[in-house]
Design a protein around this ligand. Structure first.
Ligand code: SAM
Length: 182
């Protein structure tokens, strides 16, 4: 997002069929709430296509990519890592430390979300294990709240670049305009 170091979301694991919608929504939520990039396991091809299609229509910058081993991306990441987990420290306790570490450093932040059981090494490789409440819920909800806290709400007012269409907020009804005709 503008004025903020790069934020990359990494989806660990994807079970085709069962996780299709969830993995796609991890990508859409990452994009909508200010992340710059999402990394999916290489069996999540539909999620990449949807993220690219939405970015083409509604703007970016945002990129989605497939990697063979997301766990290796985490292992080799040179910047700070926040792993979202119900077992972690409360987001409200660690958010300011994460924000200042990222904004005062040069390296991109990796935000890791799980699907099925997350290997224990992930808890050790993370600089912060972050709980959005310590209740079980979803990676999409956890990611949305985490990004909103990280950006302190600024992502809600961000500008979208190279969109071919734009939603015009309305009290009632739906209005989508081609950007050039606005
Ligand atoms: N049972 C799995 C395990 O033991 O790791 C977790 C499955 S959960 C449905 C999938 C992902 O949602 C988790 O890996 C985590 O990233 C995210 N998640 C679920 N609850 C969360 C919470 N309270 N705070 C942060 N992230 C959460």
């Amino acid at each position: 997002m503008e004025q903020f170091p790069e934020v990359v979301v990494c989806r660990l694991g994807h079970r085709p069929g069962r996780d299709d919608r969830m993995t796609t929504h991890v990508g859409l939520t990452a994009r909508a709430l200010g992340a710059d990039r999402v990394i999916f396991p290489d069996n999540a091809t539909d999620a990449v296509e949807t993220a690219e299609d939405i970015t083409d229509r509604f703007g970016g910058p945002f990129t989605a990519e497939l990697v063979e081993k997301p766990a290796a991306v985490v292992r080799n990441w040179e910047g700070p890592i926040a792993h979202l987990t119900m077992y972690g420290e409360p987001v409200q306790t660690v958010e300011s430390e994460i924000r200042s570490t990222v904004t005062e450093g040069d390296d991109p932040l990796l935000v890791v979300v799980g699907a099925e059981k997350v290997p224990f090494e992930m808890y050790e490789q993370a600089d912060w294990n972050v709980g959005v409440t310590n209740q079980p819920h979803s990676e999409i909800a956890g990611l949305a709240v985490f990004l909103d806290r990280l950006f302190d709400g600024d992502e809600l007012d961000r500008e979208w670049v190279d969109a071919s269409r734009k939603v015009v907020p309305k009290e009632t009804g739906k209005l989508v305009l081609p950007v050039s005709e606005e």
